[in-house]
Write a protein that binds this ligand. Sequence first.
Ligand SMILES: Nc1ncnc2c1ncn2[C@@H]1O[C@H](COP(=O)(O)OP(=O)(O)O)[C@@H](O)[C@H]1O
Ligand SMILES: [Mg+2]
Length: 247
Amino acid sequence: MLRLKNVTTHYGKVHALRHVSLHLEAGEIVTLIGANGAGKTTILNTISGVTPASGGDILFQKQVITPLAPDRLVRLGISQVPEGRQVFKPMTVEENLELGAYLRYRARDTTDEIRKDMQEVFRLFPRLEERRRQAAGTMSGGEQQMLAIGRALMARPTLLLLDEPSIGLAPLVVQDIFRVLGQLRDERGVSILLVEQNAKAALKLADRGYVLETGKVVLEGAADELLENAEVKRAYLGKDKKEIWER
Ligand SMILES: Nc1ncnc2c1ncn2[C@@H]1O[C@H](COP(=O)(O)OP(=O)(O)O)[C@@H](O)[C@H]1O
Ligand SMILES: [Mg+2]
């Protein structure tokens, strides 16, 4: 469904991605793991057109999307949940979700359809329903992350790009959010490209994974194989990395 072929991305003279090739099939959760600065966010932003590639091709459903504007991608079914959540803090939960529908070009939809999608978000994240009239900025980090995901779902994506949803969240909240990601895959067949520093949790959820180092893919494979891989264990799952997923 999504394929990157030899994708290279620069920030001015900084070479952030070097010939990255990866793919994601329909209904798969694929995780990108790697240290800070490895290029994970750049991959998502290159796919979504925020930082366009300087070389290579990006194909979505066999169509080259490399030069497409971000709004066109949303119409194709690609939704991004950016790093740091970025919900509209003064607005209520409901207003954020409505914006997710309108900002993502469903302006012609009826209120009924939008209500129905909102109910579906509330089914996945009951906490959001309890807080539907609360200002987003007054909610906990976990609730804001749920809202950011919910807002992306309001566009009815077939591919979800997620940037470190677990960052700064307590383990139980991470579990809750990852459970919903699994549900989206299993019940709706949504494909998810999941960027994570929390390698252990991500590999437990994902079908496959790619390990990124300084802008290059250095390892790829089935998630359960990567979990057992000595190099991955040493670099990303070692004792000294414990705090990453247990904070
Ligand atoms: N806006 C930017 N301008 C210049 N360099 C950047 C910018 N954003 C990221 N970089 C550099 O690109 C590399 C990859 O960054 P990033 O994709 O954010 O990594 P990650 O998400 O894996 O932590 C890093 O070396 C980072 O310093
Ligand atoms: Mg990042």
